[in-house]
Design a protein around this ligand. Structure first.
Ligand code: TXA
Ligand code: MG
Length: 344
């Protein structure tokens, strides 16, 4: 049976955190909020505990887990060496939604690293997450708390529906602020490489490091097989609905094209959804899902909107192409996967 408790994120109850922290310390699985998405955590140093994560998610065991720490110093016990670029990034972006790939120490078991000799580590800025990890007294391996292949959970209702009965505990906080998973950066080469784009953008990393590249294998579908972050190669973020990204000239052009598609779908008896910005007030003959207006809002609402498509039994959905700069890179990365790279 899953222990489910709500926590007030503005005034976290210490005793409640202690209960879940001791569950983690004793090898159990706990879902907890972070600033990006909810994580499904277990002791990263305990093979058996890590194995429970794969089982709860239905995740392929060659896909390594991301390790969360409470304090910057905690990284030293887990990794072989920390180069100057990593130090700069840790100073500037930790705590926060940036994951750095390091050479791992032997203390990190194969179960956690997926057999790699590296480990991906981040220090979340979410206070509940950090208190929980600190009190557990061990680094916490935590992938996103979704069933493998589904959109990542950003709101309490997403987790409770999918994960009740699959984990030992769920610590329910608020909605996640950023809504897309952390940026992953690999420093093993001369040029820093972003393996997964997120809210710490390439531009922000570039300001600190000079040159930064996006893993070229993320640029199209076939190349994704060779992606450096193993998780990026799996079918991901997919709702049941068929999602199409509509590459239109502007909002008006988008509305005109989507109107025609809605009409066609209605004739075929298909239920249509349109995911679009708040400023798009066009009267679509379809169910409209409001993504918000700024890129930050769109990122925050993205997974919730994708999950809503299924709740509303939508057959086909349309979404605009977002400009791929700043946070737009992360938004489009998730959208392309959700759409199975269908761009029209
Ligand atoms: O924001 C986040 O990062 C969330 C929250 C819960 O912290 N976590 C998350 O974990 O997204 P997960 O497991 O869903 O995604 C981690 C990604 C996977 O694609 C995995 O393949 C990759 O990180 N990864 C893990 N270890 C790696 C390593 N040593 N080298 C390269 N990629 C790695
Ligand atoms: Mg994930």
């Amino acid at each position: 049976k899953t222990l489910i408790k709500e926590i007030d994120v503005n005034k976290p109850d210490k005793d409640l955190i202690a209960v879940f922290a001791s569950m983690l310390a004793s090898g159990k699985t706990v879902i907890f909020p972070t600033e990006t998405v909810y994580g499904l955590g277990a002791n990263a140093l305990d093979e058996e505990a890590a194995a429970k994560i794969y089982q709860a998610k239905g995740r392929p065991s060659d896909n390594p887990l991301l390790v969360h720490i409470a304090d910057k110093e905690d990284v030293y016990g887990l990794v072989e060496n920390i180069d100057d670029r990593a130090k700069l990034l840790m100073d500037k972006f930790w705590p926060g939604p940036l994951t750095i790939v390091f050479k791992k120490k032997d203390i990190i078991p194969d179960r956690t690293s997926g057999g790699l000799d590296t480990v991906a580590i981040r220090m979340p800025s979410d206070q509940v997450a950090r208190d929980l990890i600190r009190q557990a007294g061990v680094p916490i391996a935590a992938p996103s708390a979704n069933i493998s292949g589904r959109p990542s959970p950003t709101k309490p209702e997403h987790i409770i529906r999918d994960m009740d009965g699959r984990v030992d505990g769920i610590l329910v906080g608020g909605p996640c602020n950023y809504g897309v998973e952390s940026t992953i950066v690999d420093l093993s080469g001369d040029v820093a490489m972003v393996l997964r784009p997120g809210s710490i953008t390439l531009e922000m990393l570039g300001e600190v490091l000079g040159q930064v590249d996006l893993d070229p294998s993320l640029k199209n579908k076939d190349d994704n097989i060779r992606a450096k972050a193993p998780g990026m190669k799996y079918k991901h973020y997919s709702p049941q609905a068929q999602v199409y990204i509509v590459r239109a000239g502007d909002q008006e052009d988008f509305a005109r094209r989507v109107d025609e598609l809605c009409l066609d779908n209605a004739k075929k008896g298909l239920k249509t959804g349109v995911l679009t910005r708040s400023s798009d007030q066009h009267p679509y003959q379809a169910q409209v899902f409001d993504l918000g207006e700024s890129d930050a809002e769109v990122a925050k609402n993205l997974f919730d909107s994708l999950i809503s498509l299924d709740r509303e039994s939508i057959d086909i959905a349309y979404v605009p192409y977002f400009e791929e700069k700043g946070l737009g890179v992360a938004i489009m990365n998730r959208l392309k996967k959700a759409a199975g790279y269908r761009i029209i």
